[in-house]
Design a binder for this molecule. Structure first.
Ligand code: COA
Length: 190
């Protein structure tokens, strides 16, 4: 319950839940030729997004979707990976968290933007059911731009989900038997 007597959760600025994570890549993270597995980076993206979502919602969260993720530059053993995660927008129980991944060659200092991903996290109560989360407050122009983009992605996800369900339902429906087909069947019997 808030001070004004309403039960709606209060808004929280984006900066209060931002997360930065960094880790140097080790041989166990890579293939025999020293190239880091994409799955290692994806796991770190999921962890960073989860931490930002928990900071925002202050409850357990579950990953429900990870949007398209490209790997723009190879990551090698010895590189430092830095992930920055922030809550872009909030629905009712879900949050879109944006994660930017950068790598640094520790010997040369060369840095690259390696990946970006949008992770949808759902806040859960103690029984694992989706629970309402506080709105997020975008303050800077960059945060406002990310929020507007997140709203577009959210509506696009719904359009895609609806279209895929409609297509699956249509394919699952039995082929209608026309009156002509039935008449033809009758004719072959006589
Ligand atoms: C998270 C979970 C409890 C949500 O259950 P659900 O029945 O989908 O609940 P709802 O339909 O009420 O959806 C909850 C929210 O998630 C969103 N959501 C659900 N599926 C989604 C998807 N595929 N993509 C994006 N958002 C999705 C809904 O839009 C809704 O958001 P909103 O409240 O902000 O509008 C359930 O999907 C689950 O347990 N999934 C497994 C999560 C998990 O184990 N993750 C780790 C994988 S290893």
């Amino acid at each position: 319950m808030t001070n004004d007597g309403s039960s709606a959760p209060r808004g929280k600025p984006v900066r209060e839940s931002e997360v930065t994570m960094a880790r140097q890549m080790m041989p166990a993270d890579a293939n025999p030729w020293g190239a880091v597995h994409g799955g290692v980076v994806m796991k770190m993206v999921d962890e960073a997004a989860g931490s930002a979502a928990i900071r925002h919602a202050r409850c357990q969260v579950a990953t429900v979707a990870i949007d398209h993720m490209s790997f723009l530059h190879q990551v090698s053993v010895g590189d430092m990976i830095t992930l920055r995660a922030s809550v872009n927008d909030v629905g009712r129980t879900s949050m879109e968290v944006g994660v930017r991944v950068e790598t640094e060659n520790m010997l040369s200092g060369e840095r690259h933007h390696t990946s970006s991903a949008y992770v949808v996290m759902v806040a859960l109560d103690d029984r694992g059911r989706p629970v309402e989360v506080a709105p997020v407050i975008a303050e800077s122009p960059e945060e406002k731009r990310r929020m507007a983009a997140a709203k577009i992605r959210r509506s696009q996800r719904k359009v895609l989900e609806k279209a895929l369900k409609q297509s699956a339902d249509e394919l699952a429906e039995p082929t209608p038997v026309s009156a002509e087909m039935l008449a033809g069947r009758e004719n072959t019997r006589s």
